[in-house]
Design a binder for this molecule. Structure first.
Ligand code: ZN
Length: 161
């Protein structure tokens, strides 16, 4: 049996739910997700649990926020001047935008629009959320030298270049 170790390509179906059992994401009905094990292609908590598992295995994995998209940080919710947004920006609640920081670009979301200011939130959508994965491992194979060099999977479910 092929087991999951560093530099293996894994193709898996997964369904992701939160604590309330609401489905957040799923590969069912589409291509399985393909990732290169040990290359940080997927969240740390899930990758760690998949280590040593065999092709054909089905498992449930719970990942705490610290091992997934991080804890929710109150300071990442900010009130900014409306004028910070360009005139071309369609300012409405729920709208996502990219902002430049010293650490590089980050994605924010418009939470609330006030008279002169806007409440924005730079937390990841899944920050503070405990993730429940239902995983079925469809295939485990050796990665090619090129895949290891690139740090990601080529072909179905992976990069197409
Ligand atoms: Zn590549």
């Amino acid at each position: 049996m092929t087991t999951i170790t560093k530099d293996k390509v894994v193709r898996m179906h997964y369904t992701l739910t939160n604590d309330a059992g609401e489905q957040l994401d799923s590969s069912q009905g589409g291509e399985p997700l393909a990732y290169l094990h040990g290359a940080k292609n997927i969240i740390a908590g899930l990758e760690a649990e998949l280590e040593g598992k065999e092709q054909g295995a089905a498992l449930k994995v719970t990942v705490q926020p610290g091992q997934a998209y991080g804890e929710y940080q109150d300071q990442l919710k900010q009130e900014v001047e409306k004028s910070k947004f360009g005139e071309d920006f369609d300012l409405k609640e729920g709208e996502k935008f990219q902002a430049q920081t010293e650490q590089g670009p980050i994605i924010g979301a418009v939470i609330e629009i006030k008279d002169d200011t806007v409440i924005v939130d730079f937390n990841h959508d899944l920050a503070g959320v405990t993730l429940h994965f239902d995983v079925e491992i469809m295939e485990v194979r050796d990665a090619s030298d090129e895949e290891i060099e690139h740090g990601h999977v080529h072909g179905p479910g992976g990069h197409q270049h």
